[in-house]
Design a protein around this ligand. Structure first.
Ligand code: FES
Length: 67
């Protein structure tokens, strides 16, 4: 997932719950809408956590849930 890739390449990304979909610190905003549309849809759990994310946008995802 995106969080693991970021960690592998030393790109700064928070992940307080280490990818277990129970925080929203790995919130990312996908700026390319075409790319966002190609991604698998967020699960209910991810959407629940996204609702708590600071600065939520129409193309927000949780980095640890994006594959
Ligand atoms: Fe906690 Fe992604 S690291 S939800």
């Amino acid at each position: 997932n995106l969080l693991e890739i970021a960690q592998t390449y030393d790109i700064e990304m928070e992940g307080a719950c280490e990818g277990s979909c129970s925080c929203s610190t790995c919130h990312v905003i996908v700026e390319d809408e075409a790319m966002y549309d190609k991604m698998e849809e967020a699960s209910d759990d991810e959407n629940d956590m996204l609702d708590l994310a600071f600065g939520l946008t129409e193309t927000s995802r949780l980095g640890c849930q994006v594959v």
